[in-house]
Design a protein around this ligand. Structure first.
Ligand SMILES: NC(=O)c1ccc[n+]([C@@H]2O[C@H](COP(=O)([O-])OP(=O)(O)OC[C@H]3O[C@@H](n4cnc5c(N)ncnc54)[C@H](O)[C@@H]3O)[C@@H](O)[C@H]2O)c1
Ligand SMILES: [Zn+2]
Length: 693
């Protein structure tokens, strides 16, 4: 099966062909029934193309089960006959294939197509809606194309399909029922509230909702008309339809009050030439990510009734229309890991980590998993091949594991036994798990983080202690630590006099930590340890930092246009906490650093420090007193000595420190006549700026 879904493969013999037909039939049955096919649409379409190619070479071997040449409805075939067959569409996947198709249509007609109509291919379910005297009397699914299921019970839940037209017309409207992104999100919210399983994608949502009868809740869908035909007894308001152009029919249907794509960002348009069609196809494809509903392609139709009649139809699809397919928004990829994230209110939500996969123009690495029950219900395992759905700005989601692709190496997914953020107990009594500390979970976690070794480094203040302090109401943020009293500490369980004194001493020491560590403790998003150090050294004091706008923050090396405003905004948000820290006497300066304005003045007044105004490049292995220094530490030394560290040698380089095995940079410095120093010589120059330990 694996080889068969590969585009470059061909079906070599009848056994391979038979297996391919079986795989496709099984996939289609699952696809139309529960929407849990083992193949994504791209893979299915490739498989069908292989089958088609084989059948063309071996016309007498065509199996009756073959998906070619028929409308596939899966198992869900109904018993209401259609007035005229409800066909599917043939596909093309490229401009070349499209050109071939138009040429063959025009050859068949013996003349150019008079006019084209180009419209979005809506990704939902085809239905036929019968109106008599302006009243909607019956709603039928496509089924196998000759008969469908009666789904009239859904009338009233479908936006755009009115129960009453603006005129008493008798005719049949055909179109697509789908869920918009908004309806899909709403439907899933309602469903999960009722203890149901969320829909995997809008198409499944529409299919399931259309056929469901006895739900205790209703969810909304949307109808888009893309055609109409007369019914017996149509009379003058519907009879002429057979002679109308496709675009006139759409206008007529819209005038009667039925929804079409005319009011969307991708309205049906006519085009005179194949080039014009191609341009419109590209326009619609480019708009796809922003549309509030899903499309899986663009439908191109001959617009005139005469062209349509003369082109005719095959058993599966009309010859006057084609679906220009867009890349699928569902792909199969591997589930690598599950992360557990704790939200603001203490909700613990699983998130899938995926083997990166390209979907709809972006790389998907994470997908939502809703809740632990969802994992159990779907029987997901680590290492599983899963179907992932992503369209527009919908959060990517996992549809289902592809069970028959399992190798036996898959591992069960471990559920957390304690809150992954603060270590507290988990309340698992509801579908959505929650940390028992609720909103305090985040408080505990942020304090525990702030006092950690790489931040304020307060010894003897582990998570258990923090939980105690928070539960006792003694602290609500880490600034409160600095005003704790001995008496308060002594009220805590397992807190003796010695521990209380030790803790107070630790807190006191933290008061004098450099600004860089305070910044790290604040946990400003997007600034790790080394970034906090760089910011602190650049601004020297919290006041200078807080007075800086995005432009000024961007002057710190490594902070770009995107990060700078985020940092400014977060610092503003942290204002009250920072004020509290200042009031508690916490140090807000970086020892040895000079504020930017003064630094500029100094630079203008001339170089200071042994490397003042110099650009220095370090290359090769350091020896002697510099041996233990990382490149990052070397750069720190250079900056402390007043120089600027750079990684490439140019005419503007003032000095190259060339250690053992220095290569091209040294050679280049020699070429350019740039001054070169050995590590030992350099160590002497910057002796005062070297780290003390
Ligand atoms: N993954 C799988 O296992 C699997 C299995 C079966 C089918 N499929 C997918 O379904 C496709 C075939 O399904 P299909 O036969 O329903 O055909 P289709 O969805 O490719 O195209 C025909 C349908 O397009 C719809 N449509 C949307 N907009 C339209 C418009 N403006 N004008 C006319 N029709 C419009 C109609 O409902 C029509 O029935 C395959 O190409 C494949 O992508 C996937
Ligand atoms: Zn917690």
């Amino acid at each position: 099966m694996k080889g068969m879904t590969n585009t470059s493969a061909v079906l070599a013999h009848s056994a391979a062909y038979a297996e391919a037909v079986q795989t496709a039939t099984r996939a289609a049955a699952a696809y139309y029934a529960q929407g849990d096919s083992a193949l994504d649409d791209d893979a299915y379409d490739r498989l069908v193309r292989l089958i088609e190619a084989y059948e063309q070479e071996h016309p007498d071997e065509v199996l009756p089960d073959s998906p070619t040449g028929k409308v596939a409805g899966g198992a869900a075939v109904g018993d209401v006959p259609h007035t005229a067959a409800m066909l599917s569409l043939d596909n093309v996947f490229s401009a070349e294939q499209f050109a071939t198709w138009t040429a063959s249509l025009e050859r068949r007609l013996g003349r150019p197509v008079e006019r084209w109509s180009v419209e979005p291919k809506l990704d939902g379910l085809a239905v036929a809606a019968r109106y008599r005297q302006g009243r909607l009397v019956r709603l039928i699914t496509r089924g196998d194309g000759t008969a469908g299921e009666d789904v009239s019970h859904a009338v009233g839940t479908i936006v755009g399909l009115p129960g009453e037209l603006t005129e008493p017309a008798t005719f049949e409207v055909r179109g697509e029922v789908l869920m918009t992104t908004e309806q899909f999100e709403k439907a899933n919210a309602v469903r999960t509230e009722h203890g149901g399983e969320p829909f995997a994608n809008p198409r499944n949502g529409a299919a399931g909702t259309l056929r469901a009868k006895d739900r205790p809740y209703t969810v909304e869908m949307t109808f888009f008309a893309y055609g109409a035909l007369p019914l017996p007894g149509s009379g003058e308001l519907g009879e002429g339809l057979g002679e109308w152009t496709h675009s006139d029919i759409l206008r007529r249907v819209a005038a009667l009050g039925v929804h079409t794509a005319a009011d969307t960002a991708v309205p049906p348009r006519t085009a005179a030439t194949v080039q014009e069609v191609q341009a419109r196809v590209e326009e619609i494809a480019a708009l796809r990510p922003e549309l509030p509903f899903g499309i899986d392609g663009i439908v191109v139709k001959a617009d005139s009734a005469e062209d349509q009649r003369e082109a005719g139809a095959g058993s599966r699809a009309p010859r006057w229309a084609i679906a220009y397919k867009l890349p699928a928004v569902e792909k199969v990829t591997r589930l690598i890991a599950v992360e557990w994230n704790v939200g603001r209110t203490g909700i613990i939500a699983p998130r899938a980590v995926l083997e990166p996969v390209e979907i709809d123009g972006s790389t998907v690495t994470y997908a939502t998993l809703h809740n632990p029950a969802d994992i159990t219900r779907r029987d997901l395992r680590l290492g599983d091949q899963v179907m992932v759905y992503k369209a527009g700005d919908i959060i990517p989601r996992i549809e289902a594991p592809v069970a028959h692709l399992r190798t036996g190496e898959e591992q069960p997914i471990a559920f957390p036994e304690a809150c992954p953020q603060c270590g507290s107990e988990i309340d698992a009594s509801e579908q959505r798990w929650r940390c028992v500390r609720g909103r305090n979970c985040r408080v505990v976690a942020s304090i525990a983080y702030a006092v950690g070794r790489d931040q304020l480094d307060i010894e003897g203040l582990g998570t258990t202690r923090v939980v105690q302090l928070v539960d006792a109401g003694l602290v609500t943020d880490f600034a409160d630590l600095f005003t704790l009293t001995r008496e308060q500490l002594l009220t805590l369980d397992r807190m003796g006099e010695t521990s209380a004194d030790n803790l107070l001493a630790g807190i006191d020491r933290a008061r004098t930590q450099p600004l860089s560590r305070v910044l790290a403790a604040l946990g400003v998003r997007g600034t790790g340890r080394s970034m906090s150090r760089r910011i602190a050294r650049h601004f020297a004091t919290m006041d200078h930092l807080r007075a800086a706008d995005a432009d000024a923050v961007q002057r710190v090396e490594g902070i770009g246009v995107e990060k700078a405003p985020v940092i400014v905004a977060e610092l503003a948000e942290l204002g009250p906490l920072i004020a509290k820290l200042v009031a508690a006497g916490v140090n807000m300066t970086e020892p040895g650093a000079t504020p930017p304005a003064e630094a500029e003045e100094e630079a203008a007044a001339g170089p200071t420090g042994p490397l003042g105004g110099m650009t220095v490049v370090v290359t090769g292995a350091m020896t002697g007193p510099l041996e233990k220094l990382s490149r990052n530490q070397m750069n720190e030394v250079i900056e402390r000595a007043g120089g600027k560290a750079s990684s490439s040698v140019s005419k503007r380089t003032s000095l190259v420190v060339a250690g053992e095995n220095a290569g091209s940079k040294r050679a280049k410095a020699e070429d350019l006549g740039v001054r070169i120093a050995t590590p030992d010589e350099f160590a002497v120059m910057v002796a005062d700026a070297l780290p003390t330990s």
